[in-house]
Design a binder for this molecule. Structure first.
Ligand SMILES: [Zn+2]
Length: 334
């Protein structure tokens, strides 16, 4: 099928609040435009004040798995955190350089979990223990990954960098460890935004990510009580979001399920990708921070590789490059 760079979507900047009804033609255009790529839709209801951000993140979770050589358990946890960070970009201004960082510090065996997303749809992240073993629990007769066991108890912190001054940081205790519920708890406690959050990452037998995605649905301040209870009902009756994506449902289809009984309209679209902004220049700051004696040692050892935590990329520094850093440090110290 021919890929159409549909003109329709260019008319959808969130700022202008231009909405587009989700007709079958629009759905067809979306399918042709995004195909298998990851993306999210911001949808609203015509009849009432409900909003949802629904995302498919299968590819970016798989890229994270490959980059960090994650075990199946670590894939499920980081995949959820990456998807969660993307959902939290709802707190940012669409399309800007604003960023949100999600930090989960639990006492479980996976250790620290960090994911950072920006308003442009780029996300990156890591877990402290990429080899964490598999924990399985049974729920309604079905075996499921026990995310809460890997994460443990502790705190969930959200850092919003809105591009001016000190980033805004707020923490809540981990209430479930399943990540989606914890994000909903954070939104309620720290942002006073009641919301329904669902995230799912389906990891196959071979360890590969088969389907991943999530949504954040919320009543806007002037929503009617009736609409709020309808939304709650719809969300409760939904199958797991990873199952929906596995069976071929797209973000816009899931938005329609969330808004069953309403007319779903599109407010904005966002392409999503795993992307790190690291570079050799950024890695060099790690060298500059080291004591001069340590740099001499690394130089004599024939160079050093500095690894970016966020994406696993390694930057090699030759003895000559280390010497340059030593010289700069020594001149800077005087
Ligand atoms: Zn990086």
């Amino acid at each position: 099928m021919e890929r159409k760079e549909s003109k329709n979507f260019k008319q959808l900047p969130a700022r202008n609040q231009i909405v587009k009804e989700l007709t079958s033609q629009v759905k067809e255009d979306l399918k042709n435009y995004f195909q298998d790529r990851d993306y999210g839709v911001i949808a609203v209801t015509r009849e009432d004040a409900l909003r949802a951000f629904v995302v498919k993140t299968t590819n970016l979770c798989e890229i994270a798995r490959l980059r960090h050589k994650l075990s199946p358990m670590a894939t499920a946890v980081l995949g959820r955190a990456l998807t969660g960070a993307i959902l939290l970009t709802s707190l940012l201004k669409h399309g800007t350089d604003q960023r949100v960082l999600l930090r989960i510090e639990g006492d479980g065996p996976i250790g620290l979990v960090v994911a950072e997303a920006n308003a442009k749809g780029e996300v990156r992240g890591f877990v402290q223990n990429p080899d964490v073993p598999l924990f399985v629990k049974e729920e309604n007769g079905r075996k499921k990954f026990d995310i809460a066991k890997a994460v443990g108890k502790g705190t969930l912190t959200v850092v919003k960098d809105l591009g001016f001054g000190t980033p805004y940081e707020s923490s809540v205790p981990i209430v479930s460890g399943e990540i989606a519920q914890d994000i909903a708890y954070y939104l309620l406690k720290s942002e006073q935004i009641p919301s329904a959050v669902a995230i799912g990452v389906l990891v196959g037998e071979n360890g590969k990510v088969e389907a991943a995605g999530g949504f954040l649905a919320q009543p806007l301040p002037d929503a009617s009580e009736d609409a709020v209870s309808k939304l709650e009902e719809n969300v409760k009756s939904l199958p797991p979001v990873s199952s929906l994506i596995k069976e071929g449902k797209r973000p816009e289809d899931i938005a329609e399920l969330i808004f069953k009984g309403f007319t779903t309209e599109l407010l904005a679209l966002k392409e999503l990708s795993f992307r790190c902004r690291c570079s050799k220049e950024v890695a060099e700051r790690g060298l500059v921070a080291m004591p001069v004696e340590e740099l001499h040692r690394l130089k004599e050892e024939g160079g050093v590789s500095i690894k970016c935590n966020f994406c696993g990329e390694e930057y090699f520094f030759t003895p000559e490059e280390i010497e340059k850093v030593i010289k700069e440090k020594e001149s800077g110290d005087n």
